[in-house]
Design a protein around this ligand. Structure first.
Ligand SMILES: *Cc1c(COP(=O)(O)O)cnc(C)c1O
Length: 392
């Protein structure tokens, strides 16, 4: 039989995250590849979900999501950022941020439309843009030696990527995999271009709570003229260490949210009900847990970054997320895929080569991403293994 997969998806194989997790399992490696914590979220959240299931909250919730969660999301967004959304028409619950992003792109991008995004890019963006028949226009984030290796974009390159067919810009901040938290000035550059070219912004804010030091998350929708052209997506998975729960939300002006909602009726239709109720409570009641988790992650960042530096990696200090990016050239390697494929078997550690998150592969060939959202003893063990490998 000829290749049965539709032509527009043939550029995609098994994702690198699946491949690395499989390699990690086969070799008994410590998996610092895929970003999921190895400790649980707040007790009240877990018990709240279990209680709802016991109580019989087990049938289809309303398509847009439980009103309790939509209300909690809207109140939280207003309290923390001063952004007001009508929970009935401007907040929509999805099966994780992934489905929110997919429904938004599929509902707003016509075949042939161009989508500007920053690379390295979270892998689902490329997939859904291709599904929509859109065209990716990547703009590189590069480490700035004057900012301690913080990744940032060049405003002229961003301007040059926007053309008459540009429909949307995707902005992920805090940014996976670089850990960059976009500054208000950087957001204002993006906002000005969105206004000038009448673009829709899709923001992926799943790490909004997980920022370190003095970096603070600022939603693009707070910038001048942006509330009414921004679809913002966030999720419970990273905030509450429940990545398996796949519960996210889309927030924006009614016409943009309606576009996502129209599509999502035919993707997943609705999301889990019991978990939505438990998450609604946690958004209100577990702010201290989230703050403590943020502090713990900052210490884990420092712990793994110091260990990787000690082992000989070049380390770019992230301002948020679960991840630290490293430069493997100081170790004498140049190709991240080669090293990442070898590490599980030789060192007993799995990581993700960043080049798979670039269209311009050369930009990221020498970069490898490690996750630090793991117990301290796991991070320490990984550092010992990597140091032994680097010195052997
Ligand atoms: C984890 C992650 C997602 C997916 O979130 P879910 O709620 O699990 O679907 C989306 N974007 C980025 C940048 C992520 O790291």
């Amino acid at each position: 039989m000829d290749e049965p997969l539709v032509a527009r998806m043939r550029q995609f194989g098994e994702t690198i995250f699946a491949e690395m997790s499989r390699l990690a399992a086969e070799t008994g490696s410590i998996n610092l590849g895929q970003g999921f914590p190895d400790t649980d979220g707040p007790r009240s959240l877990l018990q709240g979900a279990a209680r709802r299931i016991e109580q019989g909250v087990n049938q289809y919730p309303p398509g847009p999501g439980r009103v309790e969660l939509r209300g909690a999301v809207a109140a939280d967004r207003a309290r923390r950022y001063g952004l007001e959304y009508d929970p009935d028409t401007e907040v929509y619950i999805t099966v994780g941020a992934t489905a929110g992003i997919a429904a938004s792109v599929l509902g707003l991008v016509e075949p042939g439309d161009e989508v500007v995004l920053f690379e390295p890019m979270y892998d689902s963006y490329a997939g859904v843009i291709a599904l929509a028949g859109g065209v990716r226009r990547p703009v590189a984030l590069r480490p700035d030696p004057d900012q301690g290796g913080r990744f940032r974009f060049d405003a002229d390159e961003l301007r040059a990527a926007i053309g008459p067919r540009t429909r949307m810009i995707i902005v992920n901040s805090p940014h996976n995999p670089t850990g960059t938290v976009f500054t208000p000035d950087e957001l204002d550059v993006i906002a000005e271009l969105c206004r000038e070219h009448d673009l829709i912004a899709l923001t992926d804010e799943v790490y909004e709570h997980l920022t370190f030091d003095d970096a603070a998350h600022v939603p693009l929708a707070t910038r001048a003229g942006m509330r009414d052209r921004t679809v913002a997506v966030s999720s419970a998975g990273k905030t509450f260490s429940v990545t398996a729960w796949k519960t996210g939300w889309v927030m924006g002006p009614e016409p943009l949210v309606r576009a996502a909602r129209t599509v999502n009726q035919f993707l997943t239709f609705t999301a889990n009900g019991a978990l939505q109720l438990a998450i609604a409570d946690a958004i209100r009641d577990e702010t201290e847990w989230v703050a403590a988790q943020r502090d713990a992650l900052q210490r884990k960042r420092d712990r793994l970054a110091a260990g990787l530096r000690e082992a000989g990696f070049g380390v770019m200090r992230p301002q948020g997320t679960y991840f630290v990016m490293t430069d493997i050239r100081p170790l004498g390697y140049s190709d991240g895929i080669e090293l990442a494929r070898a590490l599980p078997g030789r060192a007993g550690v799995a990581a993700v080569p960043a080049q798979v998150l670039y269209d311009n592969v050369a930009e990221g060939r020498h970069l490898v991403r490690f996750a630090f959202c793991k117990r301290d003893e796991v991070l320490d063990d990984a550092v010992i293994r990597l140091t032994r490998y680097a010195n052997g």
